[in-house]
Write a protein that binds this ligand. Structure first.
Ligand code: TPP
Length: 338
């Protein structure tokens, strides 16, 4: 449901935003169970369960032709931008019908038809690629905006700072979206960054480069959405880049379908964030205006779990890439070359 993002556009329908978050939640929960039980998806998976408001709030503010790049935690933004579910699921099973023809796995998703330009697991890599893409589009006179999602850990890579500086100097229309879930694998933000984050945090560092930046409650989908509309309007009017720091929390372990509660992260902290569930919050906010919201939720739940199971069935029935063609598309070798 991409928003054309013209100034007279209303904010996206909150029920539609909730529906999109529920879809991502259902898809990922189904995949997590299968990943654990079957051991057939031979790719690392980084789930965004708990972080859905970031991808949905941002992508609903984008035009269909705006581009999105992500790091390793890619599924939510891929789906929120309109990426094909069958293609994603087949990719996780390593099949030829996957969105990267089964060569990439979970961390290399792409669906160019809907502007999901790509994801990659080298921390920070896509921040620079997105900045370059946005600069190229701007030089061609395009009004497209490019969005790059990354985590708080990636914001500590030098390439984030180089990209910010470059984007500021050249007024590049790129929105840097930091999903700050307070952990880089098992390393908490407080152990990695100076204590006084009121002056040295990600938002403040971005401002130090002269880049417009705001810190937003990343589990409030409407707040994220509205902030993104401000960010894209800023970019499209030629004022240069924008940083959105979205505070959120992942519910599962860093990579894989399990949980690290009590291992890498304190139980009380996890419990505290479970209460701030973006789906529950959005549901509560809608109750007054949409009295049948709970019934809708139940219907959506069934619909999206069925949709995922169908995609899984199709993926399992699809062929693996032929061994002789495994390097198709790699190192400049065109797909289908003999
Ligand atoms: C250049 C580089 N260094 C280290 C890694 C290993 N690594 C993978 S994910 C990750 C942590 C990422 O944390 P963050 O950027 O906050 O994203 P999150 O996983 O929390 O979404 C690290 C260190 C990597 N992939 N690339």
């Amino acid at each position: 449901m991409p928003n054309p993002n013209t100034p007279e556009d209303p904010v996206a329908d909150p029920a539609a935003l909730l529906r999109d978050m529920v879809r991502i939640r259902c898809v990922e929960e189904e995949l997590a169970d299968l990943y654990r039980d079957e051991q057939q998806m031979r790719t690392p998976v980084h789930f965004s369960i708990g972080q859905e408001a970031a991808a949905v709030g941002v992508c609903a503010a984008l035009r269909a032709d705006d581009l999105v790049y992500t790091g390793h935690r890619s599924h939510a933004a891929y789906l929120a931008k309109g990426g094909d579910l069958d293609g994603m699921v087949a990719e996780l099973y390593g099949k030829e019908t996957g969105c990267s023809n089964g060569r990439g796995g979970s961390v290399h998703l792409t669906d160019r038809a809907v502007g999901f330009a790509g994801s990659a697991a080298i921390l920070g890599e896509m921040i620079s690629v997105a900045t370059g893409a946005a600069w190229g589009l701007a030089m061609q006179g395009s009004s497209q905006v490019v969005v790059t999602f990354f985590g708080d850990g990636a914001s500590e890579e030098g390439v984030f700072h180089e990209s910010l500086n470059f984007a500021a100097v050249h007024r590049v229309p790129v929105v840097f979206v930091c999903e700050n879930n307070a952990y880089s694998i098992s390393s908490p933000l407080a152990a990695r960054q100076p204590e006084n984050s009121a002056t040295t945090g990600i938002t403040e560092r971005s401002r130090a480069y002269g880049v417009a930046a705001e810190r937003v409650d990343g589990n409030d989908v409407l707040a994220v959405h509205e902030a993104t509309l401000r960010a894209t309007a800023h970019c499209r009017s030629g004022q240069g880049p924008y940083v959105l720091e979205l505070d959120t929390y992942r519910w599962r372990e860093h990579v894989g379908p399990g949980y690290d509660t009590g291992i890498d992260r304190p139980e009380a902290e996890v419990e505290d964030w479970l209460v701030r569930c973006p789906v529950r919050r959005s549901t509560a906010a809608l109750l007054a205006d949409v009295p049948d919201i709970e019934e809708r939720l139940a219907r959506w739940d069934e619909e999206f779990r069925d949709e995922t199971r169908l995609a899984v069935t199709a993926a399992k029935a699809a062929p693996f890439p032929a061994v002789a063609r495994l390097t198709d598309g790699a190192y400049g070798r065109p797909a289908g070359a003999s």
